[in-house]
Ligand binder design. Structure first.
Ligand code: FMN
Length: 359
């Protein structure tokens, strides 16, 4: 009932706050016999780490993961895997005004409304520092689905879109924006620099594609693969919209144009060949074997230097301006988080499919 756990058969619980001594995840239901060490998790955490460019928060967290349980002689044992990441770069004084006042668009007001008290340092549990735990758990999930390739990237930042004709997968890890379009990178540098100078922030859209998802994974009706993915991604801080495949554009299409026509499979290439992928790899809640395509809209960072009208805990009018080291565009560092949530859903779905069908 407290909603800190995620997944059905492959399940994890995250724990910890932004300015506590540490945070982490307990991954339960991981099959035994998978080779696992810190080295399998660290590269994914490094992708999410703050301070990696001037376009992200300048907090300096080492984000080093420790495996405390569930692994013996380099292999998962099938028992709970406990992962811990120490918090090493807190500056609680940056949040002294947030203790008594509410940042619009952040969790301050809502947390007080629900719990009556909150750890305001760094946003406490509402801080996206928690997403480090998801990325660590996601790295374990990837071991359950080694055949699946999951690639996230930004397709839009500050309202500026990539040119799909210029899409180059090799570019994604060559720039600080996870951007597949080289020319967009220069524009985005300007957009983020201008926002920061202006004491403001911008939003972004993350696209994530999972290939080699076996046809048949997923479920009908109440746990559709698309609804599981949407719930997982909507559960990421600052995500305000999720689309699968053509998403909202499907509503502007027609039956003829939106149909992914089926053709006989080419030899050695599965059971069917689709000539398009408007569905984003899922129909009737079940994977078709096509790439699973998901997009997440991330709102602009709530904590900004520009003064905003708000109230304090006594309900009095105040103006709040947030100091400290914040991401000018949270969508950038959300890319590895979206990838992790997709990995967690797909690992869970693989195990569920096997449990029901024996395949
Ligand atoms: C990777 C990532 C980093 C974030 N960094 C910040 C930040 O530096 N400052 C901030 O105010 N919000 C940041 N956020 C967003 C807040 O955590 C989020 O807006 C807040 O918890 C309120 O929740 P909601 O936006 O889902 O309604 C970040 C979000 C993500 C995904």
């Amino acid at each position: 009932m407290s909603f800190n756990s995620f997944g059905h058969l492959f399940r994890f619980t995250s724990w910890g706050e932004s300015h506590g001594p540490a945070l982490g995840a307990v991954v339960d239901g991981c099959p035994p016999g998978l080779a696992l060490s810190e080295k399998d998790i660290q590269p994914w955490l490094d992708r999410r780490k703050p301070g990696s460019s001037r376009f992200t928060t300048q907090r300096r967290e080492a984000d080093e993961v420790k495996i405390l349980s569930g692994v013996f002689e380099g292999q998962t044992t099938g028992t709970p895997i406990s992962l811990m990441i120490e918090n090493t770069d807190q500056r609680s004084r940056d949040y002294s005004n947030v203790a008594q006042q509410y940042r619009p668009a952040h969790g301050d007001f809502a947390y007080d409304a629900k719990y009556g008290l909150r750890d305001y340092r760094g946003g406490g549990r509402s801080s996206a520092r928690e997403t480090a735990a998801r990325v660590a758990a996601g790295a374990v999930a990837r071991l359950v689905i080694p055949e699946v390739k999951i690639q996230g990237y930004l397709v839009e930042l500050g309202g500026d879109k990539i040119d799909r004709q210029a899409f180059d997968e090799a570019e994604i890890n060559n720039n600080p924006f996870f951007c597949p379009d080289k020319k967009a990178v220069e524009r985005w540098e300007q957009i983020v620099d201008n926002a920061r100078k202006d004491g403001n922030s911008v939003g972004a859209i993350v696209e994530c594609v999972a290939t080699q998802v076996a046809a048949g994974w997923g479920a009908p009706l109440y746990a559709k693969l698309d609804s599981e993915l949407a719930a997982a991604c909507m559960g990421i801080n600052a995500v305000k919209g999720v689309e699968i495949g053509d998403g909202f554009d499907a509503a502007r299409s027609t039956g003829r144009d939106n149909a992914d026509a089926l053709r006989p499979a080419l030899e050695g290439h599965g059971q069917a060949r689709f000539v398009s992928n408007h569905a984003g790899g899922v129909t009737a809640g079940i994977a078709t074997g096509q790439p699973v395509v998901i997009r997440c809209a991330l709102k602009p960072t709530p904590s900004i230097l520009s003064p905003l009208p708000s109230i304090n805990r006594d309900g009095e009018a105040v103006e709040i301006s947030t100091k400290g080291r914040h991401d000018p565009c949270v969508g950038i560092r959300a890319v590895p988080v979206v990838e992790a949530m997709v990995a967690l859903v797909l690992a869970d779905q693989k195990l569920l499919h096997r449990a029901q069908t024996g395949r």
